[in-house]
Every structure is written in structure tokens, then in C-alpha cells.
Design a protein around this ligand. Sequence first.
Ligand SMILES: Cc1cc2nc3c(=O)[nH]c(=O)nc-3n(C[C@H](O)[C@H](O)[C@H](O)COP(=O)(O)OP(=O)(O)OC[C@H]3O[C@@H](n4cnc5c(N)ncnc54)[C@H](O)[C@@H]3O)c2cc1C
Length: 98
Amino acid sequence: MRKRSFNLHKIIEKRVLTDSTFVLRMERNGLDFVAGQHIQVGPPNGIHTREYSIYSGPADDYIEILVREVEDGLVTPALKKLDVEDGVVINDAVATSP
Ligand SMILES: Cc1cc2nc3c(=O)[nH]c(=O)nc-3n(C[C@H](O)[C@H](O)[C@H](O)COP(=O)(O)OP(=O)(O)OC[C@H]3O[C@@H](n4cnc5c(N)ncnc54)[C@H](O)[C@@H]3O)c2cc1C
């Protein structure tokens, strides 16, 4: 299996659902996953990341997450400020339970 660590993925679409929820669609860049796995995502400085369930399907050529903003959070307000053409760091997809 190809070794993969945190990589920069460009945001290609942002859908604002409510004041506090939004969907980010990123370039997939070869990231492999199966249904039910999650990834760690963070703003491009890469200092802080959090787990997000993968909202898109394994057959899609992009990767999506649905984020609910935690107002005093470290990562979600930073993700909310990002837009199309910005980058996020994403790591390998992993299962929630072994
Ligand atoms: C396996 C897994 C999958 C996840 N999938 C998703 C997902 O698909 N979408 C998504 O939006 N989040 C998801 N989460 C939660 C996500 O990883 C972060 O915890 C969340 O986005 C908050 O990050 P933050 O850095 O903004 O807040 P933090 O800086 O981590 O937290 C700031 C403060 O808010 C509190 N807090 C943290 N999270 C929440 C919360 N959800 N509601 C209320 N208070 C909170 C903390 O206790 C703390 O006091 C998932 C978590 C796990 C473990």
C-alpha cells in the first residue's frame, strides 16, 4: 500500500447549508477509502486537525465532509473561513473502530 501522510487538497466547492453547517468538496488526489471511514482535516497551516466522516461516496472523484461549526473551536471556525481554491490538509482515511 502506498505510504501517505498529511497532504494538501484544494477545495473545489463549498455549500453553506445553515449558519453553522457547511459541506466542503475537495480534490480527491488519489485518497483511498471505503464507506464508514473518516479522515483528519485541518486548515492549510496544518497545526490542528480534527476527525470528519467522509460525506461523499467511494466512487466519486472528489472528497466531501459535512462540518458543524463549534463556535469556540480551534478547527471548525478556521475551516468555515476557507473557500474554493483554498487548501486543507487531509490524512489517510481510517475506520472509526478497529
Ligand atoms: C470519528 C469522528 C468523526 C467525526 N465526524 C464529524 C463530522 O462529520 N462533522 C463534524 O462537524 N464533526 C465531526 N466530528 C467532530 C470533529 O472531529 C471535531 O471535534 C469538531 O469539528 C470540533 O472541532 P473544533 O476544533 O472546532 O473544536 P475544539 O477546539 O475541538 O472544541 C472546542 C470546544 O467545543 C467543545 N466541542 C467539541 N466538539 C463539539 C461538538 N461537536 N459539539 C459541541 N461542542 C463541541 C469542546 O469540548 C471544547 O470545549 C467527528 C469526530 C470523530 C471522533
